[in-house]
Ligand binder design. Structure first.
Ligand SMILES: [Mn+2]
Length: 433
């Protein structure tokens, strides 16, 4: 059998992706997660009978041959399927719009695009297949897209999201129903928190942006904090707003952020804190932390964002010491010795043909082989990077592939080189003046 699952604390995008996937995979059973956001729960309590969703408990997982995961690729965010993920022979399809992470679920088929909502990808697929969508399904799908893109206003919104929304309106999505469900999480408790935030509201200018960070004590489970931060940001009118909500009894702190500007990627900031999100909105759950320290941490992360405006092109060394395909190995060795470099690109004209590093000399077994040309020992697999990349991107490639230097390539030509110590120096702010 086939099942469709999504992340816990399901939002509208998660729920609508579940239902949308059940149209694309007509033989698959959509499984509703145990925890739902309050507005999703409210929607389902009224519309449950219209959507044939099952609990995971009703499924014999032994019989599952195909698993479809929607609106997340993170293992930890999907409950109850770790055995299934580990079982060989299970076909796994992932539909997700979050940035791909190396520890994500290993998909047999991965549909990943950086669009505003996961629903967008599934709706685009449906439109291609000319699937029939009922008005109530169209309404739910539009709720998914609207919630994740802030009604197509968040900076993560793409033309594809707007196109999918247009298609759903053509399929009679009902904006009145939508309006009632998209913001119902705002009640008395949320109102009190918002008022408290406004009373203690402070604005600061960081890295050229107007920021407001607000620390609020909360007690017990408090849903709808994202909506509160959203409204708070609207009212105080800043580029980015953060709520640091601490429940002292449970020693838990929920950090929620909203950003209106492309230069402040909230998802990136929250990922640095162990959470996640999109460029426009994100959150992180921290245990046993001091809210003041969290505030400082956020300030540091925002300041750090400024650094990401430095591009690899600013940091690289050039001209680059290179050797040709025919340079004898003994000459390469002499160059490495003289310069202290751990490796040197092998070029053919301006194009990189390979790279030769100290490690490659381990392959040299006899002295006579030192007369052989570089092309015989070089590694032809070269990772390179364009000059407009960020330092973080370069660091990621070097760490992932355990390489110490990355050729910088523009229009196919080698224009510079960046080393691991360049990036380290940059991160630790030890740039020589
Ligand atoms: Mn989503």
């Amino acid at each position: 059998m086939e099942i469709i699952v999504t992340h816990k604390n399901a939002d509208f995008d998660a729920l609508s992706s579940l239902v949308a996937a059940s149209i694309i995979y007509p033989h698959a059973t959509p499984i509703v997660p145990k925890t739902l956001n309050p507005n999703v729960r409210a929607f389902l309590s009224i519309h449950k009978d219209l959507f044939p969703l099952l609990d995971l408990g009703a499924i014999d997982l032994e019989k599952v041959t195909r698993l479809v995961v929607v609106d997340t690729a993170q293992r930890a965010r999907v409950e109850g399927i770790s055995d299934l993920l580990a079982r060989p022979g299970v076909e796994i399809h992932v539909w997700d719009h979050h940035e791909h992470r190396s520890d994500d679920i290993q998909a047999t088929v991965l549909y990943q695009e950086n669009v505003g909502s996961a629903t967008t990808l599934l709706v685009a697929e449906m439109e291609k297949g000319e699937a029939r969508i009922s008005p109530i399904q169209a309404t739910l799908f539009l709720a998914g897209i609207y919630e994740d893109t802030g009604n197509l206003t968040f900076s993560n919104t793409t033309a594809k999201d707007a196109r999918a929304a247009a298609y759903l309106l053509e399929q009679q999505a009902d904006l009145n129903v939508l309006k009632n469900f998209l913001r119902p999480a705002y009640g008395l408790k949320q109102k009190q928190i918002l008022f408290e935030m406004l009373q203690h509201s402070r604005r600061t200018k960081l890295n050229g942006y107007h920021i407001s960070i607000n620390k609020v004590p909360i007690e017990g489970h408090t849903p709808g904090l994202a909506v509160v931060v959203d409204m708070y940001q609207d009212i105080v009118n800043v580029d980015a707003a953060f709520g640091i909500f601490t429940d002292r009894g449970k020693a838990r702190t929920m950090v929620i952020g909203r950003s209106e500007v492309a230069g402040l990627n909230m998802g990136m900031i929250m990922r640095s804190m162990g959470g996640g999100g999109h460029p426009g909105a994100g959150s992180a759950l921290l245990r046993k932390v001091n809210p003041d320290a969290v505030e400082e941490w956020i300030v540091e992360l925002i300041k750090g964002n400024q650094q990401s405006s430095v591009r690899i092109g600013d940091l690289m060394s050039f001209p680059v010491m290179t050797v040709s395909l025919e340079t004898p190995m003994e000459e390469v060795a002499a160059i490495l010795r003289k310069t202290g470099y751990t490796g040197v690109p092998v070029v053919e004209g301006k194009k990189i043909a390979g790279i030769i590093s100290r490690r490659d000399f381990r392959k040299v077994k006899k002295a006579s082989q030192l007369k052989a040309p570089a092309k015989a020992f070089m590694s032809g697999k070269v990772f390179d990077i364009p000059p407009e990349s960020s330092v973080l991107q370069a660091a990621r490639i070097m760490i992932k592939h355990d390489i110490g230097r990355l050729p910088v390539v523009e229009n196919g030509d080698l224009i510079g080189i960046v080393t691991r110590s360049d990036t380290m120096r940059y991160f630790y702010d030890m740039l020589p003046d």
